[in-house]
Design a protein around this ligand. Structure first.
Ligand SMILES: Cc1ncc(COP(=O)(O)O)c(C=O)c1O
Length: 367
């Protein structure tokens, strides 16, 4: 199988199994008082320290381990305990885990104001509605649908020059692909997700400025009271170790994926309309419209040939929410039913891309 859908689920990196093997006996509960519990706690502390180190995060941040990026994003949005009259700025083209929880806020009298972008790029003018009432600003570092990569360092600096609003960054898609340094980025919280990098699914991290959020899961008081639930110590270790490993190769991986992206773009340019300018996008995600077949049919044909891709719209007429997201990404309505997202990863090589192009040509036939 050629997985050109790694933004949905990256292939599990072989090292993930090696790291799991190292700790497979350390299944104990990190809260238990016996020696096994102490071992698990030691592993958890080691993993936590590793995350602080690779993100260059100061101890002004808490690091909360959760089960998914969805949970981390919800924890911030609900855990800030905003009050009626407070305002939130968000981008409707973000992942639903950043947009859907706003419905709860809206029902509680909090004003949620969408901000605009220029062809998916967030600019300073996106924040013209920032006021003293703005308490939360939501930004996705690498947009999972468009592939547009935001200058989060510059945007946070700009926002913080005139506002004390909490800035939350969803970096689920960008982590280990693009640099993230929490001493350079003036955000207040940041989400990462294990399965987007090829670690084992079921773990996510939320860095959040100390005392900024309240828990949404109550129980045994794990994670400093911020997230009750027995801590998934072994998978957290795998996530931390794989993150460290991938970051040690970040430049080589980027160069590799950039070259695959370049090759692929050239090969498909006769029939694919590139929906976002190349210089604003990460090479890891390429979103196009192919008008010869509706996306759902092309996905199926490719899948029958062992090539996996996605469209965020299985059928946009059946999923009006996707249409809203596409609209806010600035995509013309006429493309909605033909959008295909190719997402690349560094375990692929040029032969994979060649085969993908050959199969596309075979399915689409003569132009
Ligand atoms: C940008 C972004 N945020 C959040 C999520 C949700 O991730 P999870 O499946 O870990 O909840 C995704 C998954 O597609 C994503 O792409």
């Amino acid at each position: 199988v050629i997985n050109l859908d790694s933004a949905a689920a990256a292939p599990i990196h072989p090292k993930s199994f090696e790291y799991f093997d190292e700790v497979k006996e350390t299944y104990f509960n990190s809260s238990s008082l016996h020696h096994g519990g102490a071992q698990a706690l030691e592993l958890l502390n080691l993993s936590r320290d590793l995350f602080y180190s690779i993100l260059n995060a100061k101890k002004t941040f808490d690091l909360v381990f959760t089960s998914s990026a969805t949970e981390s994003n919800n924890l911030v949005i609900q855990g800030l305990e905003l009050k009626p009259g407070d305002e939130v700025l968000y981008y409707p083209g973000c992942h639903p885990s950043m947009v859907a929880p706003l419905n709860v806020l809206k029902a509680n009298g909090i004003l949620c104001i969408p901000y605009e972008t220029k062809s998916g790029v967030i600019t300073q003018s996106s924040f013209e509605h920032v006021s003293h009432k703005t308490k939360l600003i939501l930004i996705s570092h690498l947009n999972n649908q468009s592939g547009v990569l935001q200058d989060i360092e510059g945007l946070c600096r700009f926002i913080k020059s005139s506002s004390s609003a909490h800035i939350h960054i969803d970096a689920s898609q960008s982590f280990t692909k693009h640099e993230i340094d929490l001493q350079k980025i003036q955000c207040d919280s940041l989400t990462l997700s294990s399965h987007k990098i090829g670690a084992l699914r079921g773990v996510s991290t939320l860095f959040a400025k100390k005392h900024s959020i309240q828990p949404i899961l109550l129980g045994g008081g794990h994670e400093g009271g911020l997230r009750s639930s027995t801590v998934n110590v072994q998978l957290i270790y795998v996530f931390a170790k794989l993150s460290e490993f991938l970051l040690s190769e970040i430049t080589e991986s980027f160069v590799q994926v950039e070259s695959l992206n370049h090759y692929f773009r050239n090969q498909i340019s006769d029939y694919a309309k590139f929906l976002f300018p190349k210089d604003t996008c990460s090479p890891y995600i390429l979103t196009v419209a192919i008008d010869k077949l509706e996306s759902q049919d092309l996905i199926k044909e490719l899948s029958d040939n062992n090539i996996y891709v996605s469209s965020t719209s299985a059928c946009s007429s059946n999923r009006p929410k996707d249409s809203v997201a596409f609209q806010s990404l600035g995509i013309d309505d006429k493309y909605f039913k033909n959008i295909i997202r190719f997402s690349l990863n560094s375990s692929m090589n040029q032969d994979d891309m060649k085969l993908a192009c050959k199969t596309l040509n075979k399915i689409l036939g003569p132009l």
